[in-house]
Design a protein around this ligand. Structure first.
Ligand SMILES: Nc1ncnc2c1ncn2[C@@H]1O[C@H](COP(=O)(O)OP(=O)(O)O)[C@@H](O)[C@H]1O
Ligand SMILES: [Mg+2]
Length: 263
C-alpha cells in the first residue's frame, strides 16, 4: 500500500511537531548541530542514527526534559521553551513516551500498572471508567489475558506491550518510542513493529520512533530522517533515504543488515 503521510485527499496534514535549528553540546561534544524535523498528524517518522548520535537527546529536548543551546521546538502548536510548569504538564499529558527501559511497577499487577497513570493524571473517573480504559488499552496491545498478571510473569515482549498500553491509556496525540525493539528477538521485534502501526491506525497518533534497527524503520516509517553528524542528513521514504551512494549512509545500511539480521 502506498502511504501518503503528508497529505490527505490532497490537503496538507497539520504539523504536530516542528523542530528548527536545534543545537546541543555537552562540554566540547557537539551532539546536535542544527536539527530540523517536522512530524505531521497521524504520521510515523523514524529517526535513524547510530548509538550515541543524539537521538535520545533530541526526544528529551522535544518533551522539555533537556534545554537546547539554540533552536526552537513547537509541539501541538506550543513553543516548548519557556512554558510554565503547568502548561508543560498539560502538554506532556498529550505526549506518550515509551522509553527503552520504561519499567513497570513490580509490586503491582498489570491492571494496577495501567490504572496508575490514569489516577495520577485525571480526576473524576469512576472505578468503572478506569476499568474500561484499562481494558481498552490492553485490547489495543492484544494482551487482555494478562490483566491480573504480575510483571515478573511476563516475557520481555509482553512487558514492552504493557509499557505501551500504559502510555496509550492517557490517549496521547503523539507517541515517542525510544528504541522500541532494542533487546528483543526478531519475532518479538516484528510484533512490536506491527503494534506501532496498529496504534497509528487505531488512534491516529503521530509518532517519532527512534531506532538504529533498520527492519523497524522499514516496517513502521512513513518517513525516515537520518541523523548523521548532528544533522538530519537525509529525509524521505525508507527507499529514498537509502537510495544513495553516500558512503556514510551505505555503511550504516550494510552494517545493520550484515550484523544484526538475523539476530
Ligand atoms: N545529560 C548528558 N550529559 C552529558 N552528555 C550527555 C548527556 N546526555 C547525552 N549525552 C551525550 O550525548 C551523546 C548522544 O547521546 P544520546 O542522545 O543518548 O545517543 P543515542 O543516539 O544513542 O540515543 C552521547 O555522546 C552522550 O554521552
Ligand atoms: Mg538513545
Amino acid at each position: 500500500m502506498q502511504r501518503e503521510p503528508q497529505t490527505q485527499g490532497g490537503v496538507p496534514r497539520p504539523t504536530v511537531i516542528s523542530v528548527r535549528g536545534l543545537t546541543k553540546s555537552f562540554g566540547d561534544r557537539d551532539v546536535l548541530r542544527g536539527v530540523d524535523l517536522d512530524v505531521h498528524e497521524a504520521e510515523n517518522v523514524v529517526v535513524l542514527g547510530r548509538s550515541g548520535s543524539g537521538k535520545s537527546v533530541l526526544i528529551k529536548i522535544i518533551i522539555g526534559l533537556l534545554e537546547p543551546d539554540e533552536g526552537s521546538v513547537e509541539v501541538l502548536g506550543q513553543t516548548v521553551r519557556g512554558l510554565s510548569q503547568r502548561a508543560m504538564d498539560a502538554l506532556r499529558r498529550q505526549v506518550g513516551f515509551s522509553f527503552q527501559n520504561s519499567a513497570l511497577y513490580d509490586s503491582m499487577n498489570v491492571s494496577e500498572n495501567l490504572a496508575f497513570p490514569l489516577r495520577m493524571n485525571t480526576t473524576g473517573l469512576s472505578t468503572h471508567e478506569v476499568r474500561d480504559r484499562v481494558y481498552d488499552a490492553l485490547e489495543a496491545v492484544g494482551l487482555v489475558s494478562a490483566v491480573m498478571q504480575m510483571p515478573s510473569e511476563l516475557s520481555g515482549g509482553q512487558r514492552k506491550r504493557i509499557g505501551i498500553a500504559r502510555t496509550l491509556i492517557l490517549r496521547p496525540k503523539i507517541m515517542l518510542y525510544d528504541e522500541p525493539t532494542a533487546g528483543l528477538d526478531p519475532i518479538t521485534s516484528g510484533e512490536i513493529n506491527d503494534l506501532i502501526n496498529q496504534v497509528q491506525q487505531t488512534y491516529h497518533t503521530s509518532s517519532i520512533i527512534i531506532t538504529h534497527d533498520l527492519t523497524c524503520a522499514r516496517n513502521t516509517a512513513d518517513r525516515v530522517a537520518m541523523l548523521l553528524d548532528g544533522r538530519m542528513q537525509r529525509v524521505g521514504s525508507f527507499a529514498e533515504v537509502f537510495d544513495t551512494t553516500d558512503p556514510q549512509v551505505k555503511s550504516f545500511y550494510d552494517y545493520n543488515f550484515t550484523n544484526s539480521e538475523p539476530r
